[in-house]
Design a protein around this ligand. Structure first.
Ligand SMILES: Cc1ncc(COP(=O)(O)O)c(C=O)c1O
Length: 191
């Protein structure tokens, strides 16, 4: 099964776990004692190194909603990286503004402006910055069980204990329960 994916040297899950321990920061741990090695994605399906096929109901962490290795998207990405990969934003590039224009057309209300970034963390950090500029306040209310990212501020805004590993979080942040109280502790206490 492995050869068809043309991976040059197969080291296997145990060696990957060992390398992970040695070279990767511990905050990126895996949840399983014997984690599966995923070797291929094909739209809604994933394949592990032992040839098992999975229906991926998780879509990455909801970031691969158009499918794994979607051929239409992959073709466009390959076309772009073969043409131009990066220039500083002091120069003009056309696809940059075309994408922003398309987003303005499909986003609700009068939303017009885009800020492009690579990760959820950056998006949340950017939103927090915009909010402070708009409100003139540096205080935040975050959701109790929320996860917002791994930078100083987004981790401080994160409510879930296991993702909140900074011993000195940013101050001025208060936590509120979710407005939709699924399995709500407050409601359980009242009943
Ligand atoms: C709800 C939510 N916000 C923010 C993040 C952080 O995104 P990233 O890992 O792309 O920085 C995640 C990551 O899983 C997330 O699930």
């Amino acid at each position: 099964m492995r050869e068809v994916f043309s991976v040059p040297e197969y080291i296997g899950p145990e060696a990957i776990v060992a390398k992970k321990k040695k070279y990767i920061m511990p905050c990126l741990s895996h949840f399983y004692k014997e984690p599966r090695e995923i070797v291929k994605g094909e739209m809604q399906y994933l394949y592990d190194s032992e040839g098992r096929k999975y229906l991926d109901c998780f879509a990455g962490v909801s970031v691969i909603n158009c499918g794994h290795c979607n051929p239409e998207i992959t073709a466009k990405v390959c076309q772009q990286v073969k043409t131009l990969q990066h220039v500083c934003n002091i120069y003009l590039t056309e696809n940059f503004v075309n994408l922003a224009e398309r987003l303005a057309q499909v986003t609700p209300g009068d939303l017009q402006k885009s800020f492009f970034c690579s990760t959820g963390t950056e998006a949340n950090e950017g939103s927090a910055l915009l909010a402070t500029i708009y409100t003139g306040s540096s205080e935040f209310i975050a959701l109790r069980n929320g996860l917002h990212g791994r930078t100083k501020l987004t981790m401080s805004l994160t409510g879930i204990g296991m993702w909140r590993t900074d011993p000195n979080p940013v101050g001025g942040i208060n936590f509120a329960p979710n407005a939709y109280c699924y399995r709500c502790r407050a409601r359980q206490a009242l009943s």
